[in-house]
Design a protein around this ligand. Sequence first.
Ligand SMILES: [Fe+2]
Length: 196
Amino acid sequence: MSARACLTAALDAARDWHSALPAVSVFCPWPDDLKWADHSPTPGPAIALVQSNPGACIGAARPLLAALQAIAEDVEWRHSYTEDEVGRHFLDTFGWFELAGPTGHFITHQTRITVGYWGPGLNYPRHQHAPEELYTVVSGEAQFMADGEADCTLHTGDTRFHASNQPHAMITHASPVLTLVFWRGDGLADPPRMTT
Ligand SMILES: [Fe+2]
């Protein structure tokens, strides 16, 4: 199957996931302006890790996980952060890509849909960004923290909302976590920044 066909299958799986989780459907409608963009793949350490160690996955997330593993070698992996900000080990076991959005494999200006992977034992420091986001956990688990809210550990199918510029952080322990994240609001193409 071509990279475009695999990415289209992953987009379809993401759409099924969007429909299956009520919190996601409420957060943002599925975009109706999606257009294929021919981005070259970028290698990254997350390719092998997503395929070999995605963490526990159950139920409706399984087809999405399989579709994301199938496109791991075809996507434009990004890091966003510097070694000074997060350390070398973090960069060697983390990666994200934009499945759909202003700069994604599918262009839309209505939302942004990103995939993020964090290996075990990572501390994702407090950071913030203007757009609101809704994390969904595809596989594995992580401890989520946000200013003004109790910490919680999320597993497959769980969601977590972050408001505009609400500082938040995440820790993985023994398990990695693979997430599909939906975004809305102003600044969809802006990078997050560490909270000072
Ligand atoms: Fe965030």
